[in-house]
Design a protein around this ligand. Structure first.
Ligand SMILES: Cc1cc2nc3c(=O)[nH]c(=O)nc-3n(C[C@H](O)[C@H](O)[C@H](O)COP(=O)(O)OP(=O)(O)OC[C@H]3O[C@@H](n4cnc5c(N)ncnc54)[C@H](O)[C@@H]3O)c2cc1C
Ligand SMILES: Cc1cc2nc3c(=O)[nH]c(=O)nc-3n(C[C@H](O)[C@H](O)[C@H](O)COP(=O)(O)O)c2cc1C
Length: 773
């Protein structure tokens, strides 16, 4: 085959040499606009795993790289005058020049034609090539030429960064954080040979501008960075090798992905590779890894299918298919890591103490969990756990995982950070919780969670979602709830909370198993509905009436009555339901609130009534007991509530006296398009906690102890609410403790003989798992 690689970066050179190894008869040319060894940039990083992969494909290249690379295990943080170091992270750093040098020499040895100082204007320059590899980097000309076919999605990110070098040597992947009068800067530093380290400086656009760096040339920028990090550099200089960039050398990262990776232009097959088809932010240091792995995959496909011209179309299709999932996974992790560095100045630097800041930084990609950190560096993690324990008021002889630390709000102390999330059971008669609720809530309170939140309990008969929903507006209901609360307090050490709410436009509907299912109107026995505006939830929902001021007074007073009754039952905690499109939520979201009085329009107006209800309830609820508010932090609909609004909503409730925000999302509009995934709502809890400065509950697809530990330890939330896993297993918390080998947890005395057996079974499973290759 006649192959031309446009671009002599890692992707082009490595693919050229691998294909030449696969078949010496292939005629392969690499066209590069730069001179040999003339490149922008300093060192690149990849992981031990990439090295293993490379060794399997070309031992000579891997050997040469191994002789020149710097390997290190540790990550070191310098923050607020402290230095914190953790190990076991396994990186390889190598100078980009050195890497290209090795790949170029190997190409020459294998007889690949290297053509330097030649600008490839277009794929049309190579009409007789069977295959053209467009590995021409992030600004790929070939990708732009066929943009209609490759359909690139390019996002320019807000932070500014400058890629510098220094002769100061660092023996760990080092992160420096410095605060200036205009905001925070961070430096990402890693050694890549015996005399040089890469030194990338990054900050948000507004901080960069406030310092006048948009007007600064390279010398001035370097002088600025040297002064900023003088305490660490201790007289060492920073250097640039990006002299070819005109003016300022500060860049914005561009995330590139493409829908289609290859194209037949009528004469040749053209395929994208490396940065030309996808980029990954340097916060995860994997752009070169991706480029090298693309080269490996395309070669693998030729090896499997046959490296002759007729196989090209099938090979190119399979190449994209095989790479796409890995690439997306890595890009997602890189995105999370990148976002962390974009927001850290605003969200974490001033808020978190160094220990927790380090934890948050290490888990920024959300690919590394609590137990991964334990595997990497048990000593560091246990030290962190002890620090966290002490902060939570524990002085246990062993390190207690964050999930099992106590939490105090007002006069209430929860024994751990797990909450049974409120879940409607549709099993009451006349709003009275009966035997089902005693067993349901009682079992979950025995199951190890710190607190059980009873389902949305309605403030009047016409506030119910379904006829089976519980209420708290009369004494029969009060007595029934008291029986449950007393059971929980007498027989368990869990706390019990009540969630009060009004169904609003989503009322008078079926239980999920009745008629046409949930959210659909009852076939008979309907009641009139109230809402912020006269808008139905579904097309065939009953039309609610827009509330008048008289309605508002009545409903507010109903909430207050429920709160007073709840106080007499002994509930420990009260939650106000302002989420999911129910009455109070219908005021908050612009999708459901179309009022043009004082209660509609801007967010401050839309919050007026929910805040009025909150204040009235707070005044009626005992001062020593906590109150949380559940909100939908994202409507998942264009024009609806966004996480930015959610921070404002949280601030407003905090100012009104709320102790905590329970961060749910959605169910406000039938048009919603949520992005589900593991812990998918936790970013809202994180943002609200650290931007609005109020404690939060994370909820949604949190399904194992490792999730809870990571969330609590990183300061993304204070409590985790777990719903569906508690339907399957009332003793979810006890089970998860046994699963991770945490045995210092109390079981109900009646169940104690089950404890050791469960722990031993999980212990055996863990041992078997550890033996697996
Ligand atoms: C600040 C920063 C830090 C980074 N750190 C890391 C890291 O730690 N680890 C890591 O793995 N990656 C890192 N990267 C990313 C990494 O540099 C790229 O992902 C990687 O080089 C991609 O390889 P490539 O071969 O696809 O593209 P490139 O390395 O960009 O190579 C493309 C080549 O094509 C040439 N070219 C372009 N157009 C033409 C044309 N028309 N004619 C002829 N030649 C042309 C260019 O001169 C260039 O040599 C970092 C990037 C930045 C910006
Ligand atoms: C059967 C069921 C009933 C629910 N009822 C309520 C409720 O009454 N009040 C509420 O705020 N959320 C309710 N939810 C939402 C849960 O509290 C929780 O936010 C959601 O299920 C996501 O958590 P999970 O992924 O752990 O299930 C309910 C969820 C389920 C599955």
């Amino acid at each position: 085959m006649k192959i031309v690689c446009i671009g002599g970066g890692p992707a082009g050179l490595y693919f050229a040499l691998l294909m030449k190894k696969l078949g010496a008869h292939h005629d392969i040319t690499v066209v590069e606009r730069n001179r040999p060894y003339d490149t922008f940039g300093w060192g690149v990083v990849f992981s031990d795993a990439t090295m293993d992969n490379m060794r399997a494909w070309d031992a000579e290249t891997a050997d040469a790289i191994e002789q020149s690379f710097a390997h290190w295990d540790d990550i070191e943080l310098h923050f607020k005058g402290r230095t914190i170091r953790s190990g076991g992270h396994g990186f390889v750093g190598i100078g980009r020049k050195k890497l290209l040098n090795i790949l170029q020499a190997r190409c020459e040895a294998l007889d690949v034609r290297l053509v330097f100082e030649t600008e490839a204007e277009s794929d049309a320059d190579y009409p007789d090539a069977d295959l053209i590899i467009a590995c021409d980097g992030i600004n790929s000309r070939i990708r732009s030429k066929y943009a209609g076919i490759f359909r690139p999605d390019i996002v320019t990110r807000p932070n500014r960064f400058i890629w510098l070098g220094t002769n100061k040597l660092y023996d760990a992947f080092t992160f420096l954080f410095e605060k200036t009068e205009h905001g925070w800067f961070q430096a990402h530093i890693y050694k890549f040979d015996d005399s040089t380290s890469t030194f990338i400086v990054e900050c948000p656009e507004h901080v960069w501008k406030a310092h006048g760096l948009d007007q600064a040339d390279q010398e001035q920028s370097i002088a600025f960075c040297e002064k900023l990090f003088a305490g660490n550099l201790q007289g060492e200089k920073l250097m640039t090798n990006a002299r070819h960039l005109r003016g300022s050398a500060w860049l914005n990262f561009q995330r590139v992905k493409c829908e289609q990776w290859s194209h037949f232009n009528g004469r040749n097959h053209v395929v994208l590779m490396g940065d030309a088809v996808h980029t990954a932010h340097f916060a995860i240091g994997s752009g070169t890894k991706l480029a090298l792995e693309d080269a490996i995959e395309l070669t693998r496909q030729f090896r499997q299918a046959g490296d002759t011209v007729e196989h090209i179309p099938a090979v190119l299709a399979r190449y994209q298919e095989a790479r796409a999932i890995d690439v997306i996974r890595l890009q997602n992790a890189a995105w999370n890591a990148m976002e962390w560095f974009e927001v850290c100045g605003e969200r974490y630097c001033d808020q978190l103490e160094p220990e927790q800041f380090m934890y948050s930084m290490l888990t920024r990609s959300q690919r590394i969990s609590h137990e991964n950190l334990r595997l990497r560096d048990r000593g560091w993690l246990e030290g962190f756990e002890r620090w966290f324990d002490a902060r939570s008021g524990l002085s246990a002889p062993i390190a207690v995982p964050p999930m099992f630390t106590p939490y105090t709000m007002r006069s209430v102390t929860l024994k751990n950070r797990v909450v049974v999330s409120p879940m409607a059971q549709y099993s009451c008669v006349d709003g009275v919780p009966g035997e089902f609720h005693l067993v349901h809530l009682g079992a979950r309170a025995l199951g190890g969670a710190g607190m059980v939140v009873a389902e949305m309990t309605c403030t009047s008969a016409d506030a119910r979602i379904t006829p089976g929903c519980p209420g708290l507006w009369d004494e029969a209901q009060r007595d029934a709830w008291k029986r449950i609360v007393d059971f929980v307090h007498r027989e368990t050490d869990a706390k019990i909370a009540l969630q009060i709410g009004h169904a609003g436009p989503k009322g008078s509907t079926n239980a999920p198993w009745q008629g046409r299912g949930e959210n659909r109107p009852l076939e008979a026995g309907n009641w009139p509905l109230l809402a912020a505006s006269a808008l139905p939830y579904l097309e065939d929902s009953a039309l609610p009436r827009a509330m008048t001021r008289t309605d508002m007074d009545r409903v507010r007073d109903d909430f207050v009555r429920s709160a007073r009754l709840a106080a007499t039952t002994g509930f420990d905690w009260l939650e106000l339901h302002c989420a999911h499109g129910y009455l109070l939520s219908s005021f908050i979201s612009p999708l459901t609130n179309r009022r043009n009085d004082d209660y509609g329009g801007l967010l401050a107006n839309r919050l007026r009534y929910p805040l009025e209800v909150f204040r009235a309830v707070r005044a009626a609820w005992p001062q020593d007991k906590p109150m949380s508010v559940r909100i939908s932090a994202h409507d998942w609909v264009e024009g609806g509530i966004t996480p930015v609004d959610a921070v404002q909503i949280a601030r407003a409730f905090k100012a009104a006296g709320a102790d905590m925000i329970d961060c749910s999302s959605g169910q406000v509009s039938a048009e919603q398009k949520p992005t589900y995934g593991r812990m998918y709502q936790t970013p809202f809890a994180d943002r609200i906690r650290n931007e609005a400065g109020i404690a939060t509950i994370a909820v949604g697809a949190i399904s194992e102890a490792d999730h809870v530990n990571s969330i609590i330890a990183a300061g993304r939330a204070d409590l985790c609410a777990i719903a569906r896993p508690h339907l399957a297993n009332p003793a979810w918390t006890l089970t998860e403790a046994a699963k991770i080998g945490f045995t210092a947890i109390d079981w109900p005395r009646q169940y104690l003989s089950g404890k050791a057996q469960m722990e031993a079974n999980f212990q055996r499973e863990r041992a078997a798992q550890a033996l697996k290759p």
